[in-house]
Design a protein around this ligand. Structure first.
Ligand SMILES: [Fe+2]
Ligand SMILES: [Fe+2]
Length: 176
């Protein structure tokens, strides 16, 4: 991902849309999950992701800096990550009920995403690039600086939460 401030703004905006897709997938999974603990943990990640979406959109300075960058253009901006999540999330949204085996499979897929996303954010959203973007676009990023780090920490936590969820499912599988 390259360097102009406006490109970074677009990256942030598309990351916002990306987080919305992720959030929808998680909250739908929570809805169709019967186990109350698993449901609660999935909703926790969904809420975090909605929160991330809002932050990213605000940070991109949308609509001033992003202009007409629509949904379709995000594939160009985020590449495979975008295609994968939109396909994956529409698959999840089609499910109306889910058994433990199916849930475990979906969680495996999402675990990979979370790791990938954390790395992607870490590479792109470092303070230097963001400062550069702020200079070019005139955006005031100061109030958000800390929040960036928190978002990256959240992503790492999501991975951990998914591991906990997997354990819960496996354990309940072994119960007589
Ligand atoms: Fe996120
Ligand atoms: Fe996440």
């Amino acid at each position: 991902m390259a360097g102009s401030g406006y490109e970074i703004a677009r990256f942030l905006y598309c990351s916002g849309l990306f987080e919305e897709e992720v959030a929808k997938a998680y909250s739908h999974m929570a809805e169709i999950t019967v186990d109350m603990d698993v449901k609660c943990l999935l909703n926790y990640i969904a809420d975090d992701s909605y929160k991330h979406a809002k932050m990213f959109k605000a940070l991109s300075g949308y609509p001033v800096n992003v202009g007409k960058c629509g949904f379709e253009n995000c594939e160009k901006v985020l590449g495979r990550l975008w295609r994968n999540i939109t396909e994956y999330s529409s698959r999840i949204l089609q499910e109306s009920e889910i058994n433990k085996h199916g849930l475990l499979k979906l969680i495996d897929g999402l675990e990979k995403f979370e790791g990938f996303v954390a790395e992607e954010y870490m590479t792109v959203l470092n303070v230097k690039t963001i400062e550069h973007m702020a200079r070019e676009t005139g955006l005031n990023i100061e109030p958000y600086e800390m929040i960036f780090e928190w978002i990256i920490e959240d992503e790492k936590r999501h991975e951990q939460i998914l591991k906990v969820i997997k354990n819960l499912i496996v354990r309940s599988n072994n119960q007589p």
